[in-house]
Design a protein around this ligand. Structure first.
Ligand SMILES: C[S@@+](CC[C@H](N)C(=O)[O-])C[C@H]1O[C@@H](n2cnc3c(N)ncnc32)[C@H](O)[C@@H]1O
Length: 254
């Protein structure tokens, strides 16, 4: 589907959400589990860092659910950053969107001096290799005060020894995608084509191409890797708060 008329940011976000739900069957449930942990585990007023925020889906849900919360949303894709900025503008100074590359050692520099009470991420950290993940988790442990929480929602694929679960997850993914695309959801490629056809986007799309040209898919980092890496990084308590097949929400407390 490729309509090129200018679309309001919220319409693009809704179509992004439908597109992502084709790849993440229970995306709203995993978001809800993250909101529950923030509500139950933090004071009323808190500052959340949304890592690899995309167009702002999770930040938007947090800002809507917690009227006293602030969110800093970071990403490295200029197209998605522009959209996140447009979508989150309605929250005024409760939302800040920051361009930073999580792979770089100095990615957290723009956050210097900020107190962060929670870090969240969804469907994103699989872009990082296991060594980059360990470095990120170590940086987060340095950044966060005692008691702060980390929540990462992602497909953490089954590895050797879990062939049956792996095959069932693949079949479930295929079934969910068939149903979603049959019902009219955009594919990833179709959504991007639509987004970069919006006014002001073509230059940002070229910059995106440049930035992501050397980012091949990364080796598998299964659940046990994330839990061990978080412990090694210095988090006091680690575990999971939600799971559906190979889709998890990992929890860690500083
Ligand atoms: C599938 S999207 C998920 C976006 C959003 N969290 C959501 O759930 O809708 C993956 C995101 O990871 C971001 N990303 C990938 N590598 C990154 C990096 N090195 N630094 C910052 N963001 C990155 C991409 O730009 C993209 O926005």
């Amino acid at each position: 589907m490729t309509d090129t008329a200018a679309l309001p940011p919220r319409v693009l976000l809704e179509r992004w959400d439908a597109q992502q739900t084709a790849y993440v069957a229970h995306r709203e449930l995993r978001f809800q589990s993250m909101l529950d942990i923030l509500r139950l585990g933090l004071r009323e007023s808190f500052h959340v860092l949304d890592l690899a925020c995309g167009p702002g889906s999770l930040s938007d849900r947090i800002l809507r659910a917690f009227p006293q919360a602030r969110v800093t949303a970071v990403d490295y894709d200029p197209v998605l950053l522009r959209l996140a900025g447009d979508v989150l503008a309605e929250y005024g100074d409760r939302a800040t969107v920051v361009d930073t590359d999580l792979v770089r050692a100095d990615w957290a520099e723009p956050l210097a001096g900020e107190r962060i009470d929670a870090v969240v991420s969804s469907t994103a950290l699989h872009w990082l290799s296991p060594s980059q993940l360990l470095r990120l988790y170590t940086a987060l442990a340095d950044l966060l005060p005692p008691g702060a929480v980390f929540l990462n929602a992602d497909h953490l694929r089954y590895g050797p020894g879990n062939e049956t679960l792996s095959a069932l997850s693949d079949r479930h993914d295929a079934e969910v995608q068939r149903t979603a695309f049959g019902a009219g959801a955009d594919t990833w490629d179709a959504w991007y084509e639509l987004a970069v056809a919006q006014p002001g986007m073509p230059l940002l799309a070229a910059e995106r191409e440049r930035r992501f040209a050397d980012r091949p898919p990364q080796p598998l980092a299964p659940l046990h890797f994330h839990l061990s890496a978080l412990r090694t990084a210095g988090f006091a308590e680690v575990g999971t708060v939600w799971q559906y097949l190979d889709d998890y929400v990992v929890f860690a407390r500083r």
